[in-house]
Design a protein around this ligand. Structure first.
Ligand SMILES: [Zn+2]
Length: 315
């Protein structure tokens, strides 16, 4: 039985699908940069034998040939309801599918046999309860089709933009869990955003109370914390502060015997190469504690299976 505190790493893998409208980020997103950064992250995980969950926008990992098997990617629909597909088609018609279809990234990641491949939707369409049900069903149906092309069995889900909903559809498509989302205390106006930003400097950061009640027999995986990658205002946070903050979180997790989740977008490391060494320092720190038997590193799927098996509460 796993009595140990847990550490989970998950990556929201989306290329251009998840960054529509973010011009500053998108200008650095091309095949070369993406392939480089994903390989670098994967090699880091392999070096320290760190399990991790790569949650892909499933269309992102398809080759052009494979994409032809999907109507929405091969025939442009008039009156498109899916804003993400609309943007995909804009680029496609300009002859540029870089960052939209990147099968080589998947071929690289799948070499690592210590990881879980999870889903982050098919086109990054928001699947919360406000969404058009038919489109949500399409997302899941297409994800399932993509997973069978790639010989995968998807078990856990990360909601696009962390907007959670439609859990019955998740269940219907045989998912067993999803990454929960922490409701930010301060959201909305710029003063509150600034307070959130100040949290990034908190080197005594402790775990937060989370409501991880299971709904519809699906396991809610603790949402944890976004790994600060130096972008915009966040670029003002020095790497050593970020490292100290994560050390404090890891130590608190061990003290309380809980689960800590670190998540980020690989593409954010393209424009913030210094974040990479901070990430390596965090991983090194966790690895040393793991060797001492103080913490386990697991995937989202392993977390769900252990939670069901051992029925631990609020861990
Ligand atoms: Zn996303």
């Amino acid at each position: 039985m796993n009595n140990k505190p847990n550490f989970i790493i998950s990556l929201d893998c989306e290329g251009k699908w998840g960054t529509i409208g973010l011009k500053e980020i998108q200008k650095n997103i091309n095949s070369e940069n993406l392939n480089f950064v994903y390989k670098k992250i994967n090699n880091l995980l392999i070096k320290y034998e760190m399990p991790a969950t790569f949650a892909f926008v499933m269309a992102f990992i398809l080759s052009e040939e494979e994409a032809k098997k999907f109507e929405c990617l091969s025939i442009e629909k008039k009156n498109q309801n899916n804003f993400y597909l609309k943007e995909f088609w804009k680029s496609k018609k300009q002859g540029n599918i870089e960052g939209w279809l990147e099968p080589k990234i998947f071929d690289e990641i799948i070499k690592n046999n210590n990881i879980e491949i999870a889903s982050h939707g098919f086109t990054h369409f928001l699947c919360d309860d406000l969404a058009n049900n038919l489109e949500v069903e399409n997302e899941f149906r297409n994800s399932l089709k993509a997973s069978s092309i790639k010989n995968l069995s998807l078990k856990t889900f990360i909601f696009p933009e962390n907007k959670i909903g439609n859990l019955h559809i998740l269940k219907k498509f045989n998912f067993i869990g999803y990454r929960n989302a922490y409701k930010l205390k301060y959201k909305g106006n710029s003063i509150n955003r600034f307070k959130n930003f100040l949290d990034e400097f908190n080197i005594f950061q402790k775990l937060r109370e989370e409501n991880n009640k299971n709904i519809s027999e699906l396991i809610a995986i603790p949402s944890g914390f976004f790994f600060n990658s130096k972008f915009g205002l966040r670029s003002l946070v020095p790497g050593f502060i970020t490292f100290e903050r994560w050390k404090s979180l890891i130590n608190d997790t061990i003290k309380k015997n809980k689960t800590l989740h670190l998540w980020f977008h690989p593409h954010n490391l393209i424009s913030a190469p210094n974040s990479f060494s901070t990430l390596e320092n965090i991983i090194k720190y966790v690895n040393d504690l793991r060797k001492l038997g103080k913490i386990s590193v697991i995937t989202q799927e392993q977390y769900v299976k252990e939670k069901v098996l051992f029925n631990f509460k609020d861990k």
